[in-house]
Ligand binder design. Structure first.
Ligand code: PLP
Length: 384
């Protein structure tokens, strides 16, 4: 049996998304910048997609800038805050995705920007009192960059509360919403935020396409210089079929959102219950409170074993795809910067299970059965 429980890394494309893209590939090959009818057809697909997405998020179409995905959109937001909006200081956490962590580091080094770290607790939650203190202690224009949901442990941030603080102290607010776009509703008329980001492949769309939402109060200059595509904000011929795929994936995600939310939360609850039943010594990294945690992600510390690095490998051999955060499995000796950042021992077997609307109960049950077998064969320290 093949089991895919790594949906926070990427999701399989929906067949309706593939079909929509296929139609564009077959019939609309024009360059959207060409002024003739064939070019105009391609341009019109892009502008329709922009309007569809803007409607779903309750924002203006001109506030959507198509990008190559989440990383580029995060980079653009940080770059624009410093270069166009005059931010001299950035408040963030070490638990952000590398698209933010590394982008902040690069800008700190080259632009002499002050970077302040806001406190987080062992669940990965941001200390809002500390954030307010940091915001109140300066006259410098500040950017707050805090992710909506952590991609490794799923911990959620209240965008409303952070937005209120940012407005009170006149700070810019960027949130990496790559893990929540297509999984939660956004009303950008009600939520006062400067920048949010999207990657289509996190909700059954294609890879290599996403967008930056840039509040119309703000300016964005291109990171990629070239033609005047995207209203002069990103050079380069547009990824037309990717953008149409993104549009379709957004429509499908929001069409039956609450149904999908309930279904996926049910799978996560079942996994939690079965893991607790199977192991006396199982811990959940971050939080499993449904109000504080992304319903698609469950990060688990399995019982300690002398062969922690073998767990993922063995699951893979049994056809089960998951991610790890432990040393070795994360591709580095230190392990995940997020798990380390919340004080989790990365020498232990930490596994991220992540679900989607394509995940089935059988996949969950099979994974539990296989974990049970694995732990019967390998010695667990606590049980010896
Ligand atoms: C929270 C978060 N931000 C940014 C990214 C980067 O997105 P992309 O792979 O589309 O560049 C990811 C992807 O894993 C992510 O999970």
């Amino acid at each position: 049996m093949q089991v895919y429980l790594d949906n926070a890394a990427t999701t399989p494309m929906d067949t309706q998304v593939i079909e929509a893209m296929h139609q564009v590939m077959k019939h609309t090959f024009g360059n959207p910048s060409s002024t003739h009818a064939i070019g105009r057809q391609a341009k019109s697909l892009i502008e329709t997609a922009r309007r569809t997405i803007a409607q779903l998020l309750n924002c203006k179409a001109s506030e959507i800038v198509f990008t190559s995905g989440g990383t580029e959109a995060d980079n653009m937001a940080i770059h624009a805050s410093v270069h166009q909006m005059g931010a001299m200081r950035i408040i963030t956490t070490p638990l952000e995705h590398h698209a933010v962590v590394h982008s902040v580091k690069a800008i700190e080094k080259h632009q002499n920007i002050q970077v302040d770290i806001v406190k987080t607790n062992e669940k990965g939650q941001v200390d809002l009192i500390d954030l307010e203190q940091l915001l109140s202690h300066t006259q410098q224009k500040t950017l707050v960059s805090l992710m909506h949901a952590n991609n490794e442990i799923g911990t959620l941030l209240s965008l409303e509360q952070v937005s209120e603080l940012c407005r009170k102290y006149n700070a810019l607010f960027h949130s990496d919403t790559v893990q929540t776009m297509g999984h939660y509703c956004f009303d950008l008329q009600a939520l006062d935020i400067d920048f949010i980001t999207c990657a289509a492949h996190k909700f059954h769309g294609p890879k290599g396409v996403g967008f930056l939402y840039c509040n119309s109060k703000n300016k964005v200059a291109p990171l990629i210089h070239g033609g005047s595509q995207e209203r002069g904000r990103r050079g380069g011929t547009e990824n037309v079929y990717g953008i149409v795929g993104l549009e379709k994936a957004m429509q499908l995600a929001y069409q039956h959102l609450s149904h999908h939310q309930q279904y996926i939360q049910g799978l996560k609850d079942s996994m939690i219950t079965q893991l607790r039943h199977l192991f006396e010594h199982v811990k959940f990294n971050g939080t499993i409170d449904p109000h504080e945690s992304l319903y698609t992600v469950l990060n688990v510390q399995l019982p300690p074993t002398q062969q922690a690095s073998m767990i993922l490998f063995t699951l893979d051999l049994k056809g089960i795809a998951v991610s790890g955060g432990s040393a070795c499995s994360a591709g580095s000796n230190e392990g995940s910067h997020v798990l380390q950042g919340i004080g989790v021992d990365t020498q232990q077997p930490n596994v991220r299970f992540s679900f989607s609307r394509h995940t089935t109960q059988q996949e969950i049950d099979y994974t539990i059965e296989q974990l049970s077998e694995i732990y019967q064969k390998i010695p667990a320290l606590v049980e010896n």
